[in-house]
Design a protein around this ligand. Structure first.
Ligand code: HEC
Length: 96
C-alpha cells in the first residue's frame, strides 16, 4: 500500500512539477466560463489553430495576460487563488 501511494505521488509530481492545482479542475472552475465557446474570441481547449499564435508570444506573456487581464478577459481569469505556475499548466493543457 505504501509503495502504491508512493508511486501515485511520484506520478502526480512528474505530471505537474510546479502547479499546485490540477489544470483540468482550474479550467472547469474558472476558465471554461469563457473558453468553452461562450466567447468567440476566447481560444477553446484543444483548438490548436487558435492557440498557435498565442503560444508564439511566449508562455510568460500569456501568463501575464491572464494575471493582468486581456481585452475581454478579466484579471486573473476568475481564478483568484491561481499562481503563475497554475496558469502556465492550464494554458498548456488548454492548448493541447
Ligand atoms: C470572463 C471570460 C474569461 C475567463 C473567465 C477566462 N478567459 Fe482567457 N480569454 C478570454 C478572452 C475573451 C480572450 C481573448 C482575448 C482577445 O484576444 O481579445 C482570452 C484569452 C486568453 C489567453 C490568450 C492571451 C493572449 O495574450 O493572447 C490566455 C492564455 C487565456 N485566456 C487563459 C485563460 C485562463 C488560464 C483562464 C482561467 C484561469 C482564463 N483565460 C479565463 C476570456 C476569459
Amino acid at each position: 500500500m505504501k509503495k502504491l501511494l508512493l508511486a501515485a505521488g511520484v506520478l502526480l509530481l512528474s505530471f505537474n512539477s510546479q502547479a499546485a492545482q490540477d489544470p483540468q479542475a482550474v479550467y472547469a472552475r474558472a476558465c471554461s466560463a469563457c473558453h468553452n465557446g461562450q466567447l468567440p474570441t476566447a481560444p477553446q481547449k484543444g483548438d490548436k489553430a487558435a492557440w498557435q499564435p498565442r503560444l508564439a508570444k511566449g508562455m510568460d506573456a500569456l501568463v501575464q495576460s491572464v494575471t493582468n487581464g486581456f481585452n475581454a478577459m478579466p484579471p486573473r481569469g476568475l481564478c483568484m487563488d491561481c499562481t503563475a505556475e497554475d496558469y502556465q499548466a492550464v494554458i498548456q493543457w488548454m492548448a493541447e
